[in-house]
Design a protein around this ligand. Structure first.
Ligand SMILES: Nc1ncnc2c1ncn2[C@@H]1O[C@H](COP(=O)(O)OP(=O)(O)OP(=O)(O)O)[C@@H](O)[C@H]1O
Ligand SMILES: [Mg+2]
Length: 327
């Protein structure tokens, strides 16, 4: 399959100074991967490991104190050729956003303006992206609500009148109204109950199925990925430490961190006490020498203290960054 987004040696850090001391938070620390056409990629990892930062850079949203220090993010958009999103001017980036690549940000259901009816929010949003008259706009909105099986009455509601799950569905309808080729969603099910989570997963699955797009889905919850993603990228301390097909990640995890994440998942009928990953991740502004996971790793060896393991492909579709699997 063809690559749609190709990320090479990406380094993106937050740089600030506190009391005259420069602080560098290495949130995306030398990351390389491809996202393929029509697939759903799931990105998983503990809070603070850099998932949202990585998504922002993928979308070309790089604002101080965030800076890109190295690498590239290439979009392959068929007849438009390859586009380096990090070197594109703002106007061109805005032309791509929402129509070609769309973003459902973390907590998106809370960003719907509470003092405007949903219809008005849609209108303001669509008007700023496309030249539509009122009639065309109404048609587009009704069609989208129908596509996503949302009741037309939501148009005349205020966001606070809707349940959390409905607000999230509306936010997703809004972000995907132009049926973009690439949809990026950050924790779209967090803060929802289990039934609503299922509902949102089904909705994203339907959008993917019907519109044949590429999805990048961030969730710290691996069980969401097991239901949805074709491939999983495991992120730890600013790095991608394992990439594999979902089934393989669950059945044959290679990185000790991935093994911990999987063994800590609750399973039906299993009443044994679940262990969470021991210890804490390192500070991204003060990373230890060598492998960032070594202080929590039961298999750490001498080399792990000195060298940083590269992400290496063990088979054509399974890669890991760990000295246990080197060679
Ligand atoms: N504006 C900022 N300035 C400095 N550091 C920041 C800023 N925003 C985020 N960070 C730091 O960058 C690191 C990565 O944050 P990020 O939000 O990308 O993580 P995340 O994996 O999305 O976490 P979560 O699962 O909690 O959403 C964290 O250490 C965070 O504290
Ligand atoms: Mg986040």
């Amino acid at each position: 399959m063809d690559s749609v987004i190709s990320v090479k040696n990406l380094k993106s850090y937050y740089v600030s100074s506190i009391f005259g001391k420069k602080i560098t938070v290495k949130a995306v620390n030398d990351v390389t991967f491809d996202i393929l056409s029509d697939e759903i990629v799931g990105i998983a990892g503990e809070s603070g490991c850099g998932k949202t930062t990585l998504l922002n850079v993928l979308l070309g949203i790089v604002e101080p104190p965030l800076r890109v220090f190295d690498g590239e993010v290439l979009y392959s958009l068929g007849k438009n050729g390859d586009i380096d999103i990090l070197r594109l001017d703002e106007e061109k980036k805005l032309q791509l956003r929402w129509q070609v690549v769309s973003y459902i940000p973390q907590g998106s259901m809370n960003i719907l303006n509470p003092i405007r009816k949903i219809k008005k929010i849609f209108f303001d949003f669509a008007k700023s992206k496309k030249n539509l008259n009122k009639k065309e706009f109404e048609l587009l909105l009704d069609q989208r609500l129908e596509d996503l099986k949302l009741p037309l009455r939501v148009k005349d509601s205020y966001s606070h009148q809707l349940s959390g799950g409905m607000r999230q569905r509306v936010a997703i309808a809004l972000a995907t109204i132009f049926k973009p080729k690439i949809v990026v969603a950050d924790e779209p099910t967090t803060a929802l109950d289990v039934v609503m989570q299922r509902d949102i997963i089904d909705l994203l699955g339907e959008i993917h199925e019907n519109e044949k797009n590429t999805m990048v889905l961030v969730s710290h919850d691996l069980s969401i990925h097991s239901n949805m993603s074709d491939r999983i990228f495991i992120m730890y301390a600013g790095k991608i430490v394992e990439i594999g097909e979902t089934e393989e990640i669950f059945e044959e995890p290679l990185h000790p961190y991935t093994k911990f994440l999987i063994s800590s998942l609750p399973r039906i009928g299993d009443k044994s006490l679940k262990e969470s990953v021991p210890g804490k991740p390192p500070s991204l502004s003060d990373l230890p020498e060598g492998c960032s996971f070594r202080e929590r790793c039961p298999y750490a060896m001498d080399i792990c203290e000195r060298e940083i393991p590269d992400l290496e492909w063990k088979t054509s579709d399974h890669a890991v960054a760990c000295f246990l699997h080197r060679g």
